[in-house]
Design a protein around this ligand. Structure first.
Ligand code: GLN
Length: 491
């Protein structure tokens, strides 16, 4: 039963002794087993979970209960956990067990969290539907008729697991929307922090200048609690910022009187569903009713964000993924007599990487190659600077927060997009990738159901290091929308 709780409700119950961490964990383990049809967990760690839960119970008894003490979480398969299989949902890392922990998981477990297992995702976090996973896709707990829907991607397993109450919260990573888009598709909350807020150490790299980890939760308060435990400077990640971490939960006052909300006119684009457009207006009305001023703003380079991202991200991926060569990690192809090291690399990489990852490696290698570097990569870097400047100009003009759609559409059916044209899949990211390019924080908040009965989210974007204020705006939206619906259980 208690697997359905929010982190904050469980925290209170644990501290009052109304439930034990062990019981709470067992309830999640049972929910996970019953939820196998969602293919959200790709590796379960019940022994680790129960050992951590017992330790949490001892800490609670001893009066030392940190924020996440005894809270069962799911961990995206991109985070290294010592001796726990970590594959980034790729065949090339088959059998890989890290020798060390990521900083995020070290911090979460240090704060008392319980690890339930590893969560499904798109291979190397490349995708928007979880369909590039070597494990097959995770499935959205929300459904229309018999149609199975994508939970979004790349953190699809995380979103599905949280939405279906298999765990209380989960980690995600967001390079171009991978926390916010699946959160919107599954009716949960997901925040992508400012680049540098959360250490990337021990998170398998996709595009290093864009990757950022964040929490995926059932409420804004839970996102604040979990982010608190994940954030902070880490000398092991040279891009992690040595900036104080404010008290995110304390920032949830619900008071946004006098704040200025920007509505970027360029986001009203073709392909945006009319229901989401209407919801966007409704969201602006809610913030206005809470005492904020809503203003029209311009982010003129928005239309270049998608092509810019799909040059920079593959370029960085092609470099990051060069290390998977059959020598050091995971899979190595069987070789024929006479095969040399080149054949070993080629066969291993051809067998180990799925088609989308291979496409990204090829695109990335192409845009970085001598003859094309200036035309593609360098130009994309310059456009990226312009996109960042658009946001800086808006915030410098006094805007506190930007309200935008999270996704152009609600969740779509598995196998329905990107099968003949990958760009169709990439278009899912139009509203989310802009702020990764600018390094800014963004949060997706579930707002309601559409006429088919599928969840829809809205996105709030804040200035760099503005997560506390951003979470407070999200808290106001959450309260005004009052979204409490859960997917009907079919799995
Ligand atoms: N859908 C985007 C991509 O495929 C973003 C993925 C992500 O944020 N990891 O690159």
């Amino acid at each position: 039963m208690s697997a359905t709780w929010t982190i904050s409700a469980a925290r209170d119950a644990l501290r009052k002794g109304e439930v034990s961490a062990t019981d709470l964990t067992m309830s999640c383990l049972a929910a996970m087993d019953a939820g196998d049809g969602l293919n959200a967990f790709v590796h379960k760690t019940p022994e680790l979970a129960l050992a951590q839960a017992r330790a949490a119970d001892a800490r609670i008894k001893g009066g030392d209960a940190p924020s996440l003490c005894g809270i069962p979480l799911g961990i995206k398969d991109l985070f290294c956990i010592k001796d726990v299989p970590t594959q980034a949902a790729s065949n090339i890392l088959r059998g890989f067990k890290p020798q060390y922990d990521s900083t995020v998981t070290t911090k979460l477990f240090g704060a008392g969290a319980v690890c339930l297992g590893k969560l499904n995702m798109d291979e190397f976090a490349m995708g928007s539907s979880n369909e590039s996973s070597c494990y097959g896709p995770a499935v959205n707990p929300w459904k229309v008729d018999a149609r199975k829907l994508t939970p979004g991607g790349s953190s699809g397993g995380s979103a599905a697991a949280v939405a279906a109450d298999l765990c209380l919260g989960a980690t995600g990573t967001d390079t171009g929307g991978s926390i916010r888009q699946p959160a919107a598709f599954c009716g949960i909350t997901g925040i992508k922090p400012t680049y540098g807020r959360v250490s990337r150490y021990g998170i398998i790299a996709y595009a290093s200048s864009l990757d950022q980890a964040g929490p995926m939760t059932k409420s804004v308060r839970d996102a604040a609690i979990m982010l608190q435990a994940m954030a902070g400077h880490d000398p092991k990640d040279s891009t992690s910022a040595d900036i104080p971490v404010p008290d995110f939960e304390a920032a949830l006052t619900g008071d946004i009187r006098g704040k200025k909300i920007g509505i970027p006119r360029e986001y009203r684009m073709d392909g945006l569903s009319s229901e989401i457009a209407a919801l966007w207006d409704k969201g602006a009305d809610m913030l206005r009713a809470a005492g904020a001023e809503v203003v029209d703003i311009s982010l003129p380079h928005t239309k270049y964000a998608l092509p810019t991202y799909y040059i920079i991200a593959p370029a960085e991926a092609s470099s990051n993924l060069a290390r998977y060569d059959g020598v050091r990690y995971g899979h190595r192809a069987a070789l024929a007599a006479g095969d040399g090291i080149t054949e070993m690399y080629e066969k291993t990489r051809a067998e180990g990487f799925g088609p989308e990852t291979q496409r990204r490696i090829m695109v990335g290698t192409y845009v970085l190659s001598a003859g094309f570097y200036d035309a593609y990569y360098n130009r994309a870097r310059r456009v990226r600077a312009l996109i960042k400047r658009d946001f800086e100009t808006a915030f410098a003009a006094g805007v506190d927060c930007i309200l935008a759609p999270a996704t152009p559409t609600p969740a779509f059916g598995l196998g329905e997009q990107g099968t003949t044209d990958p760009v169709e899949m990439y278009l899912n990211d139009v509203f989310t990738i802009t702020l990764n390019l600018a390094g800014l924080p963004g949060i997706s908040v579930p707002m309601g159901l559409d006429t088919q009965g599928l969840p829809l989210g809205l996105q709030l974007i804040g200035p760099a290091w503005g997560e506390a204020d951003l979470l407070n705006h999200a808290y106001v939206l959450e309260k005004s929308a009052g979204f409490v619906a859960k997917a009907e259980k079919w799995w």
